[in-house]
Write a protein that binds this ligand. Structure first.
Ligand code: NAD
Length: 258
């Protein structure tokens, strides 16, 4: 058995990898030989992402794609298939969050979070899944959240986000089961609090009661760096985990133990 991560020439599609956790994952795959395709909406971040991935030793194609739009996903997958002929690995990382008390959550915001976080993962899996089923092989890793496993203590009022991420964890199990005998594995990671643009504004104020609870509630007494998500995602995507499918593993400094 090859015990190192080797993704030489593997086509790796990662959604939302223009920055944050997605970019760290893209650089991790690039260092291990993967050829990266980013599906994202922040076009202004594309040049920086491309440069960082090239500096990590890889190559990168950025495609403007909104994962919440069925047509956008269909078009972007088609371009990828036409360009590379195959898709070996899909990482569904794109995600958003907006906080409202449940009784004040506007339906449009609830819907937007579901559209990106859950329907987006479904659409990506459906379209890339067709390519992988045709190939008879493929590997999908979903970036869920520990918020799909537990309820974050107040003042985090994020009923839509938590529900969407719980949905991602169940979708991971369902697809793993449907495709288990057809060459496709599907797993998920559940990050804890991580330093990214999504959390930067809050993390800049250590007196923020939410930040105090995030850090204080984490046995390791800190938040994660995005790079700390790389190892598990590469493991799931590699041949070191060939009997592992349908699972979700927290990477949370021990938060969900409590
Ligand atoms: N940062 C954390 O503490 C944390 C914790 C648990 C889970 N997560 C999850 O990790 C993933 C990455 O989050 P992050 O913290 O790096 O946030 P981020 O805001 O830095 O990155 C999110 C990425 O998703 C992309 N995106 C948003 N909407 C999109 C759409 N409609 N189509 C395509 N791309 C879209 C953005 O362009 C961005 O590149 C998300 O799914 C998030 O829910 C983050």
């Amino acid at each position: 058995m090859n015990c190192s991560f080797d993704f030489k020439d593997k086509i790796v599609v990662i959604t939302g990898a223009e920055r944050g956790i997605g970019l760290a994952l893209a650089k991790g795959f690039a260092k291990a030989g993967g050829r990266i395709v980013i599906f994202g909406i922040l076009d202004e971040e594309f040049p920086n992402a491309e440069r960082e991935i090239r500096d990590a030793g890889g190559e990168c194609l950025c495609i403007h794609a909104d994962v919440s739009s069925e047509q956008s996903v269909i078009d972007a997958v088609k371009v990828t298939k036409e360009t590379f002929g195959r898709i070996d690995i899909l990482v569904n990382n794109a995600g958003i969050n907006k906080l409202f008390p449940a009784e004040e959550m506007p339906l449009a915001v609830w819907q937007q979070i579901m559209d990106v976080n859950l329907t987006g993962v479904f659409l990506m899996c459906r379209e890339v899944g067709k390519v992988m089923l045709e190939q008879g092989t493929g590997n999908i890793v979903n970036v869920a959240s520990m918020s799909g496993l537990i309820v974050n203590p107040l003042p985090q009022t994020q009923c839509a986000y938590n529900s969407s991420k719980a949905g991602v964890i169940m979708l991971t199990k369902v697809l793993a089961n449907e495709w288990a005998e057809r060459g496709i594995r599907v797993n998920a990671i559940a990050p804890g609090f991580t330093k990214t643009p999504l959390t930067a504004a809050r993390l800049s104020n250590l007196e923020d009661p939410a930040v105090k609870k995030w850090i204080g509630g984490t046995p390791m007494n800190r938040v994660a760096d995005p790079e700390e998500m790389v190892g598990l995602v590469l493991y799931f995507a590699s041949d070191l985990s060939t009997f592992t499918t349908g699972t979700c593993v927290p990477v949370d400094g021990g938060y969900t133990c409590l």
